[in-house]
Design a protein around this ligand. Structure first.
Ligand code: CA
Length: 228
């Protein structure tokens, strides 16, 4: 199997090199760019699978670069993770709506970064074999089975995908439009209230084992999975 190619777009050399070092150790092939101009040249020549794009870059913001890349159908297969510092005026909704698949806040541990890259690549590949266990819920992606307290919960395909998405992105709030994009696909026209309908069904199915409490409504923002 070919190694996943990751392009690191970051102007601060020590951070870029640190990331390249750890990704190399984790088995990734890495490419480095210090600005957007270089990044675009490397993207065209090397066709990486994933780009780590820093929010603050010298010639263009990471968000503008992400938007530009995602608009180009040539980059349909490119996954993008944005890197941000807590001090950056980072708007995660803007980042995700700009087309980023995920974002990681600095300072991050190499282990966390590798885990996020693996998760994004699994989603990009569409076949997650992962088992996720949170609270009393267990989702086994290989068999498409969900258990709560060891008892199987029957879910429709959309509720299953919704739960899988939320469980693999815990403690983060997703708006209805983001959930539509991630679960139904960006090119499918579905009304936002469809999300509410499926959330309601999912909660109903989880109620027997009191696991519905994990699916939380954040007023004016959207939904979140949290065991807290
Ligand atoms: Ca930077």
């Amino acid at each position: 199997m070919n190694a996943t190619k990751v392009l690191i777009v970051e102007d601060e050399a020590p951070i870029r090199e640190m990331i390249a070092f750890h990704l190399g150790r984790a088995g990734y092939e890495t490419l480095e760019a210090e600005n957007c101009r270089e990044a675009r040249a490397i993207l065209a020549d090397e066709r990486p699978n994933l780009a780590l794009v820093d929010w603050m870059l010298p010639d263009m913001s990471g968000l503008e670069l992400t938007r530009m890349l995602k608009r180009d159908p040539e980059n349909d297969d490119l996954a993008i993770i944005m890197l941000t510092a807590r001090t950056d005026e980072f708007d995660k909704v803007a980042g995700l709506e700009g087309g980023a698949d995920d974002y990681v806040t600095k300072p991050f541990s190499p282990r966390e970064l590798v885990a996020r890259i693996q998760a994004v690549m699994r989603r990009a590949g569409g076949t997650s074999e992962e088992t996720v266990q949170l609270g009393n819920l267990e989702l086994d992606a290989a068999s498409h089975r969900v258990r709560a307290n060891g008892n199987e919960i029957r879910l429709g395909p959309t509720e299953y995908r919704l739960l899988q998405f939320l469980m693999t992105h815990p403690d983060r709030v997703y708006s209805r439009s983001q959930l539509l994009d991630r679960i139904w696909g960006a090119n499918v026209y579905v009304e936002e209230r469809t999300v509410d309908v499926h959330v309601r069904r999912l909660r109903k199915a989880l109620t027997v084992e009191s696991a519905d409490r994990y699916i939380q409504t954040i007023r004016g923002a959207g939904y979140r999975f949290s065991v807290q």
